[in-house]
Design a protein around this ligand. Structure first.
Ligand code: ADP
Length: 175
């Protein structure tokens, strides 16, 4: 742990395909079955190879807000942390608390496994319909809570405009 590194330096942003990142762990925006799906979940299962599904079939799923860990198999990342974000239902069904819990559960699991670098996709902002800016704010606020205990928390954005928003939020929340 290096306390001379500011929270802002730990929180990083990149653009592109999360499956290409050579970090200790990438996070999967999974669904409660853990059996794969569309979006980033499908991309991770394709890139990790069939051993991933063979393992997740035995895991009994994952409730919303919790997280589970598997090896990365064929990925450059050593681990995959699978978490389940909430489906957006208008904002009054505890979505913000559940999204915070999904990020926090993932980061707790990372610490338990000695993970130093972790990359997150924008959980719940695709098929699950969470408004992007609100979700990104929760992602950065939760990352800030854990930043002193990690070397890199990377927000991997699919679109350049999403990355711009994350960079602004990191400046606003961490300064
Ligand atoms: P959810 O079901 O949690 O909403 P999705 O996979 O539908 O998950 O979308 C979550 C986010 O992941 C979206 O912002 C989407 O643009 C992004 N995304 C999709 N594929 C990838 C990928 N290969 N790498 C990084 N981000 C991705």
């Amino acid at each position: 742990m290096n306390h001379s590194v500011s929270k802002k330096d730990v929180l990083q942003v990149c653009t592109g395909d999360i499956t290409r990142l050579a970090v200790d762990a990438i996070v999967n925006a999974a669904n409660i079955s853990l059996l794969g799906g569309g979006g980033v979940d499908g991309a991770i299962h394709r890139a990790a190879g069939p051993k991933l599904l063979a393992l997740t079939r035995t895991m009994g799923g994952c409730p919303t807000g919790e997280a589970r860990i598997t090896p990365g198999f064929d990925l450059p990342a050593r681990w995959i942390i699978h978490t389940v974000g909430p489906v957006w239902q208008g904002g009054s069904q505890g979505e913000a608390q559940l999204l915070h819990k999904a990020y926090a559960s993932s980061l707790e699991l990372a610490l338990q496994h000695g993970i130093h670098s972790i990359a997150f996709p924008a959980i719940s902002t695709g098929a699950y319909g969470y408004p992007f800016a609100e979700a990104a704010k929760i992602a950065v606020q939760t990352g800030k809570e854990y930043a002193p205990e990690l070397e890199a928390i990377i927000y991997c954005c699919y679109r350049e405009q999403d990355a711009t928003l994350y960079r602004q939020l990191i400046r606003d929340i961490c300064e």
